[in-house]
Write a protein that binds this ligand. Structure first.
Ligand code: SF4
Length: 507
């Protein structure tokens, strides 16, 4: 549905409710959605909305949905139905639904939840403020879904959650056709941003105090396919390494089929590219990989890991694995376990396969019975955890530099600790030092004293504290001017850590 002529003029003339109206954005799914939500909040703030204070009902609730997870639609309609009576009792309240599920279900959403005011897709998140206004003035739901991208989302205003770490999109969409995945249908063909534009955004972020950047794409190492440069991603990593003041560069996620050695070399030779790789395996069986239409085989996957480890012995490698794909036999599953043992992942997001309507795999014969999927999932999770724990135990006694993070240690207040991430992205909870308190974005050096499967603990003293521009930026966000940073720009410490919400990726 496109704009009816004259609506914008009508909107300008219509009486506005008392301002500022408040908003809340609820996010589901992957990093791509987390980043899109930062843009949605940036757009809403630019349009004059204010974030709803914690615990207060917002005037505008936006659901940024995900279509990948099982029962995503049931969960969405459940959440919407909870809000329906709230909205009925609160004149002027609006509900908007965007993201992958909105792109997929379109008109179904307003049919099943007629009180929804706005439905927008993955290609037009920039339209949200106008659609909200149009719905308010016209007093009817506005559904606008575009089939392809009109504006590259990174050109939209963004309100970052973090003072010290930021996502930067290098591409959107995906040219692969994995048979379990709905992403290509919903996000479209890959579109690459020009390198100059990406670097300009990175530099602007660094100027705001950011010291860690994660380059984001469904399939980052295919970057360049649109403008015909097969080494574009490794060149981009090296160019990021030249940005003064940027201390940590990460990326997610690469596809094993397109992983080339120039990326490994760029990682190893660029001190600010962190020794960490998240590379989805999905299955360790060549037969299943073929059925998934993943065009690499286990030997290629293991070969990449071997070369990454040869170049960066301390690299932490994580992955995504699906168990119970249609036709997966016990033998196939055992092959996945073998790869897990050989690869020695530092962690893995493991998924039980369930059919996603609209994907080729959903209609494949030989769907694996749920009890078999569950059993394999439990065996896989046990093996993944055992190995992750062993790998973590090897780090006890080691000194690590942590980028102090915010909101990553749920028990920190109770245990008198703070949290941070090492260069390899491992989460470390460390004892609150007696003297100066590190701020999120500052850098501390600690010694690991204890290992759990999913985190490390450092209960000794903080051996060094480096106050950073990111810490100052965090202070400024709290309304406090920070002291001058202890370290000047342009001298990135080798091995600073990184705080990012762990989430499954594609690729
Ligand atoms: S799983 Fe990743 S690589 Fe495969 S189609 Fe989906 S987005 Fe593309």
């Amino acid at each position: 549905m496109t704009a009816a002529p004259g609506f914008e003029t009508l909107a300008a003339l219509a009486p506005h409710p008392p301002s500022p109206r408040t908003y809340e954005v609820k996010t589901y799914g992957c990093q791509m959605n987390v980043h899109d939500s930062e843009r949605l909040t940036g757009l809403l703030e630019q349009a004059g909305y204010a974030a709803a204070p914690r615990g207060e009902q917002a005037d505008v609730v936006v659901f940024n949905t995900c279509a990948v997870r099982e029962n995503a639609d049931n969960k969405l309609y459940g959440n919407l139905s909870h809000l329906a009576p709230v909205k009925a009792a609160r004149p002027g309240m609006q509900i908007a639904v965007g993201g992958c599920l909105a792109q997929k279900d379109r008109d179904t959403i307003t049919a099943r939840a007629p009180y929804v005011d706005v439905v927008f897709g993955t290609h037009n998140i920039g339209s949200l403020p106008v659609l909200l206004e149009r719905a308010r003035v016209a007093e009817e739901a506005q559904v606008e879904i575009l089939e392809s991208l009109d504006v590259f989302p990174s050109t939209l205003p963004t309100k970052r959650d973090s003072a010290y770490a930021a996502w930067v999109s290098v591409s959107v969409g995906c040219n692969n056709t994995c048979t379990f995945c709905i992403v290509p249908a919903l996000r479209g063909k890959e579109k690459d941003r020009r390198p100059g534009e990406i670097l300009a955004e990175v530099e602007a972020l660094v100027a705001e105090g950011v010291t860690e950047v994660t380059l984001l794409g469904q399939n980052v190492n295919a970057y360049g396919v649109e403008f015909g440069d097969r080494q574009a991603f490794s060149k981009l990593l090296r160019a990021c390494g030249q940005v003064e003041g940027l201390e940590r560069v990460r990326f997610t996620s690469p596809h094993p089929a397109e992983f080339t050695d120039d990326v490994i070399e760029a990682m190893a030779e660029t001190p600010t590219v962190m020794p960490q790789l998240h590379m989805p395996l999905q299955s360790g069986s060549d037969r299943v990989l073929k059925a998934m239409r993943r065009s690499y085989r286990r030997s290629k996957f293991l070969g990449i890991i071997e070369r990454v480890r040869a170049a960066m012995p301390d690299a932490a490698i994580t992955t995504d694995i699906i168990v119970g794909f249609p036709g997966e036999t016990e033998e196939d599953f055992l092959e996945t376990l073998e790869v897990v043992r050989e690869a020695r992942f530092a962690g893995a997001f493991t998924f039980q396969y369930s059919p996603r309507p609209g994907t080729p795999a959903a209609t494949m014969a030989d769907q694996v019975p749920p009890e078999v999927v569950k059993d394999r999932y439990e065996r896989l999770a046990a093996e993944v955890n055992r190995i992750a724990w062993e790998e973590n135990q090897r780090l006890v006694g080691r000194r690590v530099e942590l980028l102090v993070s915010e909101g990553e240690g749920r028990k920190d207040a109770a245990t008198a600790r703070l949290s941070g991430r090492g260069p390899d992205n491992r989460l470390v909870h460390f004892a609150l030092p007696e003297g100066e308190r590190p701020r999120p974005g500052d850098v501390v050096t600690v010694e690991v004293t204890y290992a759990a499967p999913h985190h490390l603990v450092a209960d000794g003293p903080v051996l060094a504290l480096r106050r950073t521009r990111s810490g100052d930026a965090w202070d400024a966000r709290q309304g406090r001017p920070g002291p001058a940073a202890g370290v000047g720009l342009g001298m990135p410490a080798v091995g600073v850590p990184a705080p990012l919400p762990p989430a499954p990726a594609c690729g």
